[in-house]
Structure formats: C-alpha cells, structure tokens
Design a binder for this molecule. Sequence first.
Ligand SMILES: *Cc1c(COP(=O)(O)O)cnc(C)c1O
Length: 397
Amino acid sequence: MSEPIPRRYPGATHLECTGTGAILESEALHGLSPEGKPLFARYDLEALRDRFRPEDLVARRSDLWRYAEVLPVRDPACMVGLGEGWTPLLPAHRLADALGLERCWVKDEGQNPTASFKARGMALAVSRALELGATELALPTAGNAGGAAAAYGAAAGLPVHVVAPRDTPAPIIEEIRALGAHLQLLDGLISDCGRVVREGVEAHGWWDLSTLKEPYRVEGKKTMGYELYEQLDGRLPDAIIYPTGGGTGLIGMWKAFDEMEALGWIGPERPRMYSVQAKGCAPMVRAWEEGREDAGFWEGATTYASGLRVPGAVGDFLILRALRESGGAAVAVSDGEMAHWVGVMGKTTGVFGAPEGGAVAAAVPRLLASGHLKNTDEVVLFNTGSGLKYAGMEPLD
Ligand SMILES: *Cc1c(COP(=O)(O)O)cnc(C)c1O
C-alpha cells in the first residue's frame, strides 16, 4: 500500500491457444480457443525484467494484486478484491514427523476469502469480466467455486448464476445463497451442471466462468507459485503436492514458474509436481498410469472431497504435461485416508483442513514408499480449503 497505485497496468499482450499456439487479442472476452482448448494470457516479460523484481515486491499490499504486472487487469478500479492470496506458508515440523519427512510446509489456502483457494481464480475472472463488459456471470460448480463466484460477483455488482449438484456440502449451499447468487441444484455431477450453464450462455448471454473455459481463473491461481518463491526467500521447494480436480492451480503454478524464469528470477530447475485425486474419481491417475496424454471421462465419480469430484477436465493434457515435465506423478487415496489425515494435520499443525488437504497428506507415505519422494525433500502440501466448509460430510470409501 506504500507505493503510489499506477493509473493502468500493462496487462496481457495477447492470448495463446494451449493446443495450437494460435494467437488471439486479449482485450475482448474470449472463452476457449477456436480449437476448443484453454487460452493462456501472455505478457511482455522481457520488458518487465528490469521493472518487476522480487525486491520490488517487499513493501507491496499483502494480497495477490502485489503481482499486478503479471496479471491481466489493467484498470485498478476493476480489481475486485476481498483480501485474496498471500496466505501463510506454515512450517509443519510435527506433521513432517508424522509423515516421515524432514521438512514440510503447509500452504494454508483455507485462509482465503470464502475459505478456499477458489477465491484467487474468481478474483481475477470476475475482475476481468467486469473490465471487459460482461453483464451476467454463470458457472457449474462442485462446490467452492460457486461460493467464490457468488462473493466476487456480489463485490463487483454483477449477477451470478450457479448450478451445483444437490449433494454439495450444506455450508457451501448456504454461502452461495447468502451471497445473493441465483442457485440451481441438480441431481448429477459438475459435468451435468455444465450442460445447464451452456444452455444459459446460449439463451441469455451469460459469461461462462467454468474452470479453464475462460483464460483468467488460472491467472489468479498462478499467484500461488509466485508466493511460494517469495515465502521461501527466493527458492522453490523440491516437491509440491496438490489435490487435483480441474487442475487450475497446478497448471497455474507451472505457468508461473515459466514466467519467473523468463523474468530472470529462477533458472530452468522446477519442483516436482504431484497430483492427488480421490480413488472414486481419479481420471488423471488412470491416464498417468497408462502413460496417456489426455485423461478422458471418469464414470460414476464419488468422493466426499467435492473439489476432487471432477470427472472430466478440459485442461487434462496440461496437467499431465506438467507432471511429466517436472518428474512428478499422480496418486489416488481413499476418502477414509483423507479423513484420517485431516485429523493428523489438525492435531499437528492447528490447521483444520478440507478433505482435499487431507488427501495431500495421505499421498506422502505412498510417495515415500514408491521412492517418488525422499525423506530429505523439502515438500509443500497444499491445504486448499477450510474443513468448516464440509461440516456434516462423511467419507464415502
Ligand atoms: C476446486 C478445489 C480443488 C481442486 O482444484 P483445481 O485447481 O481445480 O484442481 C481442490 N481443493 C478444494 C478445496 C477445491 O475447492
């Protein structure tokens, strides 16, 4: 807050299709590329090399807008903020002992507005929708994204339509309603909710905020990568363990590391990226084990970790590529294991994690046993939400 706020930030130079590399201009609303693939925002990082250095960030505001030069919003008046990002990276010595690691950290994303890291993505997507003139927003959600979209829509003064499965955790349903979004509950999965949203998009011109179907949620989530670097005093960990649904956070951090290399902050070395999924919905794990480059659809998805109940992901090939290029892997754990490790994390760190955070801890003993992790690795565990949002939910397997 101590620096003067520039009148305008440079924003993105263009959008790039992650499938073909085709280029689109960035100052109009775009969803997927013409080829049906996610679009990435690109920046003039060469020009930023001298103007956007880690030491320039020290005195900046403690939210994700500290990285404004590498974010797409140009007009500060359109930055819709509720205090998202800059969550603590907590040293977790006793959890490390319980897991058989020498060093580990918990990045506690439950401390975001709306108590999950979906706030990061929605802050950017809603801000950019506002800046580019969208008038009504919509999305299908497995849970937390709906709460975050409702919150940022309310803050921006834009109506939001949320379509969610009827068995979404009750606290999240109450949150979406309290924040004033139009909520439709369906007997089905997030993929069924997606169909209803597409109808609304065609009939009423809603702007679709679905994961990776617009270019900016990933820009909000990538800030986790920049934060890790700053919070570890200018280094990255050996391994990042991430609970993967649509994969926006993992894809976003992987993008952030490429940007940080282009900015001259880091060299070519990268953390190993590990995806954790639920045994009852593990399309990335199945594709990983079969050595495939895309994941296809998982039939009959079930898990109480609603953020992981994503049977098909439009960014599957980007997730699998990041795992492969980083030397990581994908593993599945049961709901029972998640619940057990939510308890261990709670007792050893003071963080009441979401089931997705429990899943990440549950993966560590397996990754140690399989030799993917060494006990000397410095490991970051992502707790992506607060356990409070899952009140009343029970493990399903
Ligand atoms: C959405 C969600 C996830 C999955 O995040 P992606 O980046 O879409 O893979 C994990 N945990 C929680 C709590 C979530 O809400």
